[in-house]
Design a protein around this ligand. Structure first.
Ligand SMILES: Nc1ncnc2c1ncn2[C@@H]1O[C@H](COP(=O)(O)OP(=O)(O)OP(=O)(O)O)[C@@H](O)[C@H]1O
Ligand SMILES: C[C@@](O)(CCO)CC(=O)[O-]
Ligand SMILES: [Mg+2]
Length: 338
């Protein structure tokens, strides 16, 4: 039996624009998905995702990955959930050169679904690492990231960047620009997350931005401007001492860029009333800056605030269901038990 975990992430800068080749800086945060895998002899796959936002489900399906699972639980969500696990299983079988391997898989995750914190990437990254190790094959985290990207790309029908999966596999702050993926040194940033209890449809939101960009030159310019502010943010981070808590000046400069980034995402049509309300609650509480994170449409915002004020204010904001401090996860995918 092998258990691996991988962190979720917040975007400091650059979601959506990263899909069109602009740079983005996601940061892994200490909320993890844990996947436990036990190989089975009969080639079948059994998935137990007890704490998925639905009531939890268990499905078993046949040795051939082409067999659809036989279940009668709420179809669309379970169907969607199975797609990521199936894609991870496919990658693990290929990496270990064991096309007929079967598995018992248990997913436990503290990352809300579809909320911009990268639950899909964390589940796929932890799943690939655990399943390959359970078969006696050890992949390095870069290879796990590469395979996890292939899995996300497949499930999201080509609408995926390498950002979420690379960040989850490597941990810490990373920068992704097209196929160029690297880890960067960043100081421990005081992230606060606000969650509206909802979710956005990543595919639909990405398609909306794509359409706007094709229709209007100014929308294409907006996407490029997100790239410009991300590069500016990277310069700020590279000048900072990664060993020290960031000072007020650095937080103010990063926060200003986050605010700008949120405004541009709003212009691109991917914010929501609840996300804007949480962003403003954070700013009013004295956060250095705040923006939506991930695909948008609903889900989470991220703010920078070393004090408790933002989390406290979000706690009293009607649109916010949950707020929490999210520490930078310096470790990416890791083995929890083997
Ligand atoms: N605990 C879990 N168990 C099984 N599948 C999960 C779990 N958590 C997430 N998933 C899968 O990930 C999907 C959500 O991925 P999606 O990309 O829409 O959102 P996200 O990754 O949470 O947010 P974003 O991509 O905007 O950061 C779920 O529909 C499900 O398929
Ligand atoms: C919206 C997007 O940029 C981030 C979703 O977390 C999509 C992607 O990069 O795959
Ligand atoms: Mg995702």
């Amino acid at each position: 039996m092998t258990t691996c975990s991988a962190p979720g992430k917040v975007y400091l800068f650059g979601e959506h624009a990263v899909v069109y080749g602009e740079p983005a800086v996601p940061c892994a945060v200490e909320r993890r998905a844990r996947v436990t895998v036990e190989p089975r002899e009969d080639g079948r796959v059994r998935v137990d995702a007890a704490d998925l936002s639905l009531d939890g489900f268990t499905v078993t399906w046949g040795g051939s990955i082409d067999d659809r699972p036989d279940i009668d639980a709420p179809a669309p969500l379970v169907e969607a959930a199975m797609e990521y696990i199936e894609a991870a299983v496919r990658q693990a079988r290929e990496a270990a050169d064991r096309p007929d391997a079967g598995f018992d898989i248990t997913v436990e995750s503290a990352i809300p679904l579809g909320a911009g914190l990268g639950s899909s990437a964390a589940v796929v990254v932890a799943g690939i690492d655990a399943a390959t190790r359970a078969l006696g094959t050890e992949l390095d985290p870069e290879e796990v990231a590469r395979r996890a990207y292939e899995a996300e790309y497949e499930v999201q029908e080509g609408q995926a960047s390498r950002a979420d999966t690379f960040c989850s596999a490597m941990g810490g702050a990373v920068r992704v620009e097209g196929d160029d993926t690297r880890t960067i040194d960043a100081p421990p940033l005081p992230f606060v997350v606000g969650y509206d209890g909802g979710a956005g449809d990543t595919g639909e939101l990405v398609a909306g931005v794509r359409a706007l960009r094709e229709e209007h030159a100014f929308a294409a310019d907006t996407v490029e401007t997100v790239g410009d502010l991300t590069r500016e943010g990277e310069r700020l981070l590279s000048d900072a001492d990664p060993e020290r808590e960031p000072g007020d000046d650095l937080l103010a400069d990063l926060g200003e860029l986050m605010n700008f980034n949120h405004g541009l995402l709003e212009a691109l049509g991917v914010s929501a009333r609840s996300l804007d309300a949480m962003v403003w609650a954070a700013r009013d509480a004295g956060a250095a800056g705040a923006k939506l994170t991930g695909a948008g449409g609903g889900g989470c915002i991220v703010a920078l605030d070393p004090t408790d004020e933002t989390q406290h204010a979000l706690g009293y904001t009607a649109e916010c269901e949950q707020s929490f401090r999210a520490e930078l996860a310096t470790e990416g995918v890791r083995v929890e038990a083997a």
